[in-house]
Design a binder for this molecule. Structure first.
Ligand code: BGC
Length: 753
């Protein structure tokens, strides 16, 4: 017994000694940061706040000297060459005085090598787990390239379809968008222990903080006029969700809030983001966001801008170079306290530690090709599932699913066999990855019976792109093959002839992907180029046999297409597996289950167009005089989407603390229904509340003739809103609940709380 005691005593002593030695050998992250800060010069501190993006090879090479001198913290890294990336990292880790590693960041928005559907369509799957899976794939792929941060997810609530960047958003609803944002953060960052630097090495960056989507008139880079009321209840929720999910970075936006550009807005970056949302990571400005405050006329010079940015709570200056140019002087002159600089540096260093960059600064240079070879099939299968679940069936008079018996099928339009347009905006590194087009997939099914005719170009004139430095270049990825010429009359005539000869016509039409995304606002929500003419001429000879598949980055207002097609699908920008997913949907191998996450307006005048507006004091007035009463607002509302069966909703009731409804499949096919729960507060003394707000949903499967009771617990979350101090408020009183197919339908149920 005694022997045992002494054995245990020795063991304990040894363990304590080991722990003590480990503690000595492995200082905490905070201690390591403290230690670094003690050694850093003022210039090196400022260097840690400098993110650069030299765009050409020459300036990139030149920037390496700055890295070695500790003047660069981070690159926006558009390259894929891991060896080059490691060389740059070596400059920092082995060539600079303190060896602080670089952080490489890039815009990986909807996929890296494999492209997934853009967010407003994927949101319409009402299956946030898909976002998590797709973001996981993109992050793994990106990490293998050596990129440590994705400028994703986009958290802006998109209501104005003219704004090009709706293509990057998770749609118009804050509840759904919040779930999709949180899922993306989980997917990007994985579930490692960030405090110990055992995350998966990729950070998420929530953008753009905040109010960017409210830019006046949908014109990009404009001012935003939003109230604290809409800030709290509309714009902040997805950011809250992303912060709660642990995102390491937040990007400030270009717009103003209360007159002050976000990059220098202390109220937003400190009071709201840190005070109210509890964010503890680092804030990066958007591209030249700090310097552009000079163009806004809010800063007089770089020193003004740098001082305002840092004092506001902006930690890193993206590409504008104001901090690099002027911050050290501002600190020396006492206009920026050293403690504020230290705080910002600390946050950046902490992120680098959390990403594991100090301990593992390099990437395996063969990892990317190995990973892609091993995972490509799996990633493509997921991309197909995502596309299938995100393409919305808007109309069907029974022509779909396509009957096997059709003799001749004409696929007409410039999107039918166009890889670039399927990839969409913000392609990441997907340019080299092949895309399955609709022509590819239909040819496999119908062989010789399929005729493919382009008809016209996506654009009739050469597409140009404006680079970040203002240079205008021809867009190599525009997909308008015969630039500037189109096929003219000949192409359209050919399409008309093919349509006449066919039993069924599939029109693959839409808007040019290069006109979606950043800096791509549109005054017109129409088909681009001569496509409307193409559609009109084809529909004149092919009545009642047209199926339109519309590709776009925003909700298009193309009433003639919706009216004159026998069936219509809104496909968004479906990505790598576009054609495979569409073919399965068209032939009925897969069921269309997606819903609209962005309302489709009747016309441009209806923009911004969204379902969750307040009633106003005169709900039946204020309409456009020159439009019919029933042609105002959304032509297809948020939440809408058909399947190949029909579904009926009964009247809702309350039972056992739950709101219930009976949902029945009244058609002949198995179907998946997304049952949506909307709530309206009948009287809210704090301010006008939306006529309805999505507060829950359930996706259910129903066999033909089957009915199910779907219920939602009447919990406080359903009835809550935020007041102007950001506090959650749940008022007692009456609420109207709709459990419905979409944001406009359903029977009301009044409940008291
Ligand atoms: C965009 C951001 C993007 C950044 C870096 C900016 O112009 O607004 O969304 O992440 O550039 O490329």
């Amino acid at each position: 017994m005694k022997k045992h005691h002494s054995f245990y005593a020795i063991l304990i002593v040894l363990m304590v000694a080991c722990a003590a030695m480990m503690a000595v050998a492995a200082p905490s992250v905070t201690e390591r940061i403290d230690n670094l800060l003690l050694q850093m010069t003022l210039e090196e501190k400022v260097g840690q706040l400098n993110m650069i993006a030299p765009l050409d090879a020459e300036s990139r090479e030149a920037s390496r000297a700055d890295v070695r001198n500790g003047k660069v913290s981070s690159y926006i890294w558009f390259e894929t060459d891991a060896k080059k990336r490691n060389d740059y990292q070596r400059d920092a880790v082995e060539g600079s005085r303190l060896g602080i590693p670089l952080l490489f960041a890039n815009d990986i928005i909807h996929g890296a090598s494999v492209t997934f559907p853009i967010a407003p369509w994927l949101a319409g799957a009402f299956e946030p787990e898909l976002f998590e899976k797709a973001a996981r794939v993109a992050a793994e792929d990106t990490a293998a390239e050596g990129v440590n941060m994705m400028f994703s997810p986009m958290c802006d609530i998109a209501r104005d379809q003219r704004w090009g960047r709706v293509a990057e958003s998770c749609g118009e609803d804050p509840f759904l968008a919040s779930l999709c944002v949180a899922a993306q953060v989980r997917g990007i960052q994985g579930t490692g222990n960030w405090e110990r630097g055992t995350g998966n090495g990729v950070a998420a960056c929530l953008k753009h903080f905040v109010g960017y989507s409210a830019v006046t008139g949908g014109r990009d880079y404009n001012e935003s006029e939003i109230s604290r009321w809409s800030l709290e209840n509309l714009h902040l929720p997805p950011f809250r969700a992303g912060v709660d999910a642990g995102a390491l970075c937040v990007m400030s936006s270009f717009n103003t809030y209360d007159g002050v550009p976000a990059a220098v807005n202390r109220f937003l970056l400190t009071d709201i983001l840190r005070g109210e949302l509890g964010f503890s990571g680092f804030v990066v400005s958007d591209w030249r966001g700090v310097r552009e405050t000079i163009d806004w006329g809010v800063s007089g010079n770089a020193a003004d801008a740098a001082r305002a940015g840092l004092n506001a709570g902006g930690d890193m200056d993206m590409t504008g170079g104001c901090y690099a140019e002027a911050l050290a002087e501002e600190v020396k002159a006492g206009r920026v306290p050293m403690s504020a600089l230290d705080t910002a540096v600390r946050r950046v260093l902490k992120a680098k530690f959390r990403l594991g960059l100090f301990d593992n600064p390099y990437v395996d240079e063969n990892a990317m090709s190995r990973l892609r070879a091993a995972k490509d099939a799996e990633w493509c299968a997921l991309a197909k599932e995502c596309a299938e679940k995100s393409i919305v069936l808007l109309k069907n008079d029974g022509i779909l699913p396509l009957r096997p018996g059709y003799g001749k099928i004409a696929l007409i339009g410039p999107f039918g066999d166009n890889e670039n347009e399927m990839r969409g905006c913000w392609v990441g590194h997907g340019w080299d990855h092949g895309v399955v087009t609709l022509a590819d997939s239909l040819r496999e099914i119908y062989g010789e019976r399929l005729t493919v005719v382009k008809g016209c170009e996506v654009l009739e004139t050469a597409a140009t792109r404006t680079l970040q430095d203002g240079t205008v270049v021809v867009d190599e990825h525009a997909g308008n093959g015969e630039r500037g010429t189109g096929n003219g009359e000949r192409g359209i005539d050919e399409a008309v002839a093919a349509a006449k000869a066919a039993d069924v016509v599939i029109m693959a039409i839409g808007e040019h992907a290069g006109w979606t995304g950043e800096n791509q606002s549109r005054a017109d929500l129409s088909l681009t180029g001569r496509q409307q003419e193409l559609f009109d001429r084809v529909s004149a000879v092919a009545k009642r046999k047209i199926i339109s598949v519309v590709f776009s980055g925003r909700a298009l207002s193309i009433n003639k297409v919706w009216d004159d097609s026998s069936a219509a699908l809104s496909a968004g920008q479906p990505g790598t597996m576009a054609g495979a997913a569409l073919a399965d949907l068209l032939t009925g191998k897969a069921e269309p289950t997606a819903r609209l996450a962005m309302s489709i307006p009747w016309g441009v005048a209806d923009c911004p167009c969204f379902y969750n507006a307040p009633t106003t004091g005169r709900p039946y007035w204020g309409k456009f005089r020159d439009r019919e009463e029933n042609r105002q607002g959304a032509r297809f509302p948020f939440g809408f989407g058909l399947g190949y069966s029909t579904v009926e909703y009964g009247w809702p009731w309350v039972y056992d603390g739950k709101a219930c409804v009976n949902v029945k499949n009244t058609g002949k096919r198995q179907t998946t229904e997304t049952v949506q729960l909307y709530v309206r507060q009948n009287v809210c003394r704090d301010g006008a509340r939306p006529v309805r707000e999505l507060r829950g949903f359930k996706k259910i499967s129903l066999a033909p003739g089957e009915e199910k009771v779907v219920d939602f617990k009447l919990v406080d979350d359903l009835f809550a809103h935020r007041n102007r101090r950001g506090e959650i408020v749940v008022n007692n009183g009456k609420y109207t609940i709709f459990i419905a197919h979409d944001s406009k339908s359903g029977n009301p149920l009044v409940v008291s709380r």
